[in-house]
Design a protein around this ligand. Sequence first.
Ligand code: NAD
Ligand code: IPM
Ligand code: MN
Length: 371
Amino acid sequence: MKKRIAVLAGDGIGPEIMKEGLKVLDAIAKQFNHIFDYKEALVGGCAYDKYGHPLPDETKEVCNNSDAIYFGAVGGPKWENLPPELTPERGALLPLRGTYNLFANLRPAIIFGPLADAASLKSERLEGGLDILIVRELTGGIYFGRNKVKTLTLHEGALQGNYAVDYMIYSVPEIERIAAVACDAAMKRNKKLTSVDKANVLESSKLWRKVVTDYVQSHFPQIQLNHMYVDNAAMQLATNPKQFDVIVTENMFGDILSDLASAITGSIGMLPSASLAKTGFGLFEPIHGSAPDIAGLNKANPLAQILSGAMLLKYAFGLNRESKAIEEAIMKALENGYRTADLANKTTQEGKILLTSQMGDKVVEYLMVKS
Ligand code: NAD
Ligand code: IPM
Ligand code: MN
């Protein structure tokens, strides 16, 4: 198979972990006889520094001519005080999600068995492992409200005065389409869906709850659906995460809950994501950010980036075997005790705490071993 991949490494640790992600994709290409044609482009702060915009035309062009986007992370203190539309987050990442209609963000939170000792919870709360899928709505809600509101008078005035305002807006079709994705996922798993909202306070959440309920009842009555307020969901995740199978939630709640879920699984450096359009086109990125505090030190965990590559192969190209092979190689590296610093603890053997690049090499090594 020959495919074009737009490679947008971004800022901070982005380039370091992307290097490892590509190392693994190269190994897959070699082993399974594929050609991955990478086109690298700048995005985020580094693009702003070179072109004066975090999402320059050159980069859009590369994305438009690709079969999938492989993304690192963007942002950092250097660019946080730019005008909002020029920041890496609001000027590049959100427009990419919006332009390509990447409304369905799949964030699997899985504990790899050997990492039980790195998880933030007592092991008895995680007995038998943990496998949650967070389905986060990604192109609506409070992140995109200002694009939808026709009269921006209040907003524009507010920015110069004592007020600031954001709009949390959802339409019925937006909720239905994410409910459909979540139901499809639930049907392939344990037919259990938790919809998270704040329907005791927010109008958009009241609509969310009604639409999700109606959708499940009329299309998937066999799915066991329950509703939970987001504050309770945070508490339940931190105490009894095994009650969850698929969680579906709006944009901002999904952002927050997925960082929380990552802590349960050992490290935010472990969680990948797929942001998908109806067409199947997608952007694949770790859930974490550019980690400016450890950028340039070669110590970031590249596994979320590598696992995002595995999701790219599976969801964008239908290469399930290849995707599985990556997950298995990671499992072997972890079973053999290898850890990056974020996952290491007192029990980690000497010599097994790896740098970013060494972890990438280790995954490739296990990928090449025929089991
Ligand atoms: P962050 O996720 O970058 O970092 C939070 C903490 O987790 C830090 O201590 C960091 O060192 C650690 N961490 C993150 N990824 C890690 C990895 N792979 N290995 C080991 N440790 C890791 O969140 P933040 O500090 O709130 O944000 C930093 C910048 O990243 C901000 O500009 C933010 O807007 C941006 N951001 C970008 C994305 C994205 O591009 N998708 C996502 C989240 C945050
Ligand atoms: C994420 C990030 C982004 C979000 C930011 C950087 C815009 O936190 O992908 O989780 O909030 O969606
Ligand atoms: Mn986030």
